[in-house]
Ligand binder design. Sequence first.
Ligand code: XMP
Ligand code: MG
Length: 179
Amino acid sequence: MKSTIQVHDKHFEVFIEQSVLEKRIAALASSINQDYTGKKPLFLAILNGSFMFAAELMKSITVSCEITFLRVSSYQATTSTGKVHQILGLSESIENRDIIIIEDIIDTGLTMIEIKKQLLAQNPSSLTIATLFQKPEALKQPIDIEYIGFEIENKFVLGYGLDYDGLGRNLADLYVLSE
Ligand code: XMP
Ligand code: MG
C-alpha cells in the first residue's frame, strides 16, 4: 500500500516524484532556450501556485531574460457572466516583448484564456504559455499551450506549489487525492 499524507480532512499519495518533475522541467527549459535563441523573453509567473515551477525552470534557462510575478484575483461577478479575473502586479510594459506565461496547472482553461486576452490587449510581440500540469479532460475551451510538463488525469493534485485550502505548497513531490 502506498503511504499517504493527510492535509486538512483529506488523504493524498505521491503521484509524481520531485526528481521526475525536475527532469521534465529541465527539458521544457531546453525547448524554450532553443525557441528563444537571440530573443530576450519576459517571463510572467502567476502566483502563488507557480513559484516552485518558476524557480526550477529559470535555473535551466540560458537565454538572456527577465522574470516578473503576477497575481490573478478571481471573484464571482454579480451578473451571470461568472468569474471575473483581474491581473494584479504587472508594472512592466509588455508591449513589443516576447512573453512567456508560467502557470502551475491548467484545468478548465478559463483562467488562462482570460489572462491571455488581457495580456494580448497590451500588444506583446508574442505570447506563449508554459504550464507544469494540464488536465486535458477538464479543458472547457480550446487553448494553445506551447509548453506542457505533464498531462494528468482529472483528479485534484497538490504539492510542488499547489495547495489544498492553503496547505501543501511546500511539498517537494506532486500528490494526488487518494481514492
Ligand atoms: P482553470 O480551471 O481556470 O483553473 O484552468 C486554474 C486554477 O485552478 C487551480 N487548480 C488546482 N489547484 N490542484 C490545485 O491545487 C488542482 O488539481 C487544481 N486544478 C485547478 C489552480 O490555482 C489553477 O491556477
Ligand atoms: Mg494557479
